[in-house]
Design a protein around this ligand. Structure first.
Ligand SMILES: NC(=O)c1ccc[n+]([C@@H]2O[C@H](COP(=O)([O-])OP(=O)(O)OC[C@H]3O[C@@H](n4cnc5c(N)ncnc54)[C@H](O)[C@@H]3O)[C@@H](O)[C@H]2O)c1
Length: 399
């Protein structure tokens, strides 16, 4: 694994757990973790359960006993690490968004296709697909229980940078992150809704905004947390901190058309005061509707318009039965699961695919298609919201 902070911890938790919960054809051994700071990566290896650590990710590539490379770094290093790993015959799991640019994502999808011919697998970490209620939404749509899909309504709302004094962490820098709320959390709802509906976004009209254009430089950061102190000050003596420009969007809002004829709306923002990690998706079809809310991730609301009118209404389904997706290995019905389980499910599917010689999803080609949507959104916003077609990527939205 490369990276040991937010996703590094979430993925480590999943690698530690997956073989203890699921009966799989292969076992994960947590061989080597990489970070750039010797002391911190040594501590992370101990805390997160890795056998050894290194400060150079190339050590993962050169070791013959390493089969899988898990990329948990910011987007500016995804392409370089993933391309080197695939070329060396390592299976690759790469965090989302796949890359910072379409060009990088294209190179990664091409390398993944070449590697695939040699039996080398790759997958992008859109973990929300693996929340059981989300997988079940997809099943309901695929079984025709919603009929023809007319509307998709997706929001992903956070508020961690509402304070203008929150520092200029990597997520607010285009050269490190590619884009802002759009690529970070917008990418999740793009993938999730395409996965659930089985339809790809074909065109968009977008607005984006950067509300706070200049921020103090950070002293330290990890995930969505950061600090500013005197070390970051303009004169080095702890007075007014030095600042730098925010080069990504704080919020992105767009309307879209889906390939099957549905109309969709998307909102991704880091300025929804009071909303911490609020991901909500509603889908309306000719025969019914479903609603998923991450803050109630064990539940699915389902409206079945084929029932007698006297019995119609939104039903709250508790998605904790043994025959719900992924749930057979967990607890008795009603004993709920959480955020981290989506990563354990991701590792389950990845290990199973690698061990059985199947292609895991979402593939790098699927993730390239998401990148093309991100690019279309940015282009549309730059052109005053003009209608912008999404370039086809020949992606599938396979389960
Ligand atoms: N699937 C999800 O729900 C989810 C959630 C958060 C982040 N992410 C994605 O995960 C990735 C990492 O985000 P994060 O929140 O964990 O960031 P983070 O800042 O918490 O951690 C990044 C880690 O990468 C390390 N790193 C950076 N450059 C490196 C390099 N060149 N070599 C070795 N290590 C390097 C840092 O030291 C740190 O350990 C991003 O692509 C992000 O979009 C996904």
């Amino acid at each position: 694994m490369v990276g040991y902070a937010f996703m590094g911890a979430a993925h480590s938790q999943a690698w530690r757990t997956v073989n203890r919960v699921y009966d799989l054809p292969a076992r994960a051994r947590m061989a080597l973790i990489c970070g750039r700071d010797t002391g911190k990566v040594a501590d992370a290896a101990d805390r997160l359960g890795w056998e050894a650590y290194t400060t150079d990710w190339r050590d993962l590539i050169s070791r013959d006993d390493i089969d899988v490379v898990d990329v948990c770094t910011p987007g500016d290093s995804h392409a370089e690490i993933a391309l080197a790993a695939l070329a060396a015959g390592k299976h690759v799991l790469c965090e989302k968004p796949l890359a910072n640019t379409v060009a990088e994502a294209r190179a990664m999808a091409a390398a993944a296709a070449t590697a695939q011919a040699a039996g080398v697998r790759s997958m992008c970490g859109f973990n929300y697909r693996r929340v059981p209620a989300v997988t079940m939404m997809r099943q309901l749509v695929a079984e025709g229980r919603l009929g023809v899909i007319r509307h998709v309504r997706a929001t992903y709302l956070q508020d961690w940078i509402v304070d203008p004094q929150f520092p200029l962490v990597w997520r607010l820098q285009r050269d490190r992150a590619g884009s802002g709320a759009l690529g970070d959390i917008g990418a999740h709802i793009i993938d999730l809704t395409q996965f659930v509906t089985g339809q790809l976004i074909t065109g968009v009209s977008a607005v984006t905004e950067t509300f706070v254009k200049e921020r103090p430089l950070p002293a330290g950061s990890s995930g969505l947390a950061a600090t500013v102190d005197g070390a970051g000050s303009a004169d080095g003596n702890g007075s007014a901190p030095a600042t730098g420009p925010v080069t990504v969007d704080d919020a992105a809002v767009f309307v879209a058309r889906l390939g099957g004829g549905a109309l969709a709306t998307y909102e991704a923002t880091r300025f929804a005061t009071g909303r911490k990690n609020a991901l909500r998706v509603e889908i309306n079809g000719s025969l019914g509707s479903v609603v998923f809310d991450l803050e109630r991730l064990n539940e699915l609301e389902f409206y079945d318009a084929t029932r007698p009118t006297t019995e119609q209404g939104f039903t709250r389904i508790l998605v904790t039965e043994g025959d719900h997706p992924y749930m057979s290995a967990w607890w008795p019905p009603g004993h709920i699961i959480g955020y981290e389980h989506s990563f354990t499910h991701q590792m389950r599917d990845f290990i199973e695919a690698v061990a059985t010689g199947a292609d895991p999803a979402p593939s790098f080609a699927d993730a390239l298609q998401v990148q093309l949507v991100l690019e279309a959104v940015t282009r549309s916003a730059d052109l005053g919201s003009s209608w912008t077609e999404v370039e086809p990527a020949l992606a599938t939205v396979a389960a």
